[in-house]
Write a protein that binds this ligand. Sequence first.
Ligand code: G3H
Ligand code: 13P
Ligand code: ZN
Length: 309
Amino acid sequence: MALVTTKEMFEKSIKEHFAIGAFNINNMEFIQAILDAAKEENSPVILQASSSAIKYARMNYLMKMCEAGIEEAGVPVAIHLDHGPDFESCKMCIDAGFTSVMIDGSKYDFEENVRVTKEVVDYAHARGVVVEAELGKLAGIEDEVNVAEDDAMFTDPMEAKEFVERTGCDSLAIAIGTSHGAYKFKGEAKLRFDILQKIKEKLPNTPIVLHGASTVIPELVETCNKYGADIPGAKGVPDEMLHEASIKGVSKINVDTDLRLAMTSEIRRVLAEEPSVFDPRKYLKPAREKVKETVQHKIKNVFGSSGKA
Ligand code: G3H
Ligand code: 13P
Ligand code: ZN
């Protein structure tokens, strides 16, 4: 079984200038779609679950489904807690067999973020688990925390260095202009690659993580809207910018919104075009296929992790 931490895949990503996709999971169809895509592309991949995803799917089901899929996929896969809100949530996931956890202390001031992150790092490292931390604030919705756009705060490169040294975290999520959800930019999409470069100069060997990195794929939004959705004016991070990030030092790229759109667009299409359908397999199968296609496109054409297993 290829259940691993992110240590080796991140080392390779830094050396060979590519990024690893971290895709959010909520149910069996997402897990199968992501792992089928990774297997076909011979790519390492990260399956990540938020606290609310764990509540929805239930820990035991989630772990068992991941383990079954990972065994079949045969590529390196990490199971990661996305946006762990506190020490207890991280501990629960470490004890359940996750190989990586994120402690999201970005809602705290610097000193409290250092304290809670260090507490998780000590517990995780003693058990062979790696830790992602976050410094800076993304605009938008993080799990159940809503960060107003005015409150979004880019990561300070000097602080980033001090933070990593004092906490011993294994990877760092930074704020350079992305945000969660389907509405990332009011005008033109813009990422602060200058800040990324400064952070990489200070921390050349620390894997950097980009949250809120969905493209909000226009065709998927169009299909949703064509078949009854109300998602006007949605906008994400263009593929070219994500590709640039992947070659300029970002090791992990988080995607949730695009997979939600992929699944929902197909379910809406099938139910609208075939009103007599009521067998869930008739819409979940094409929905799973659309999620797989979406993941495969990112791995192959955007993140550059094909063949890096
Ligand atoms: O960044 C947050 C992820 O998209 C997870 O969202 O808490 O609704 O599962 P969720
Ligand atoms: P998106 O909403 O852009 O998919 O971001 C997901 C994410 O950052 C999960 O942690
Ligand atoms: Zn996130």
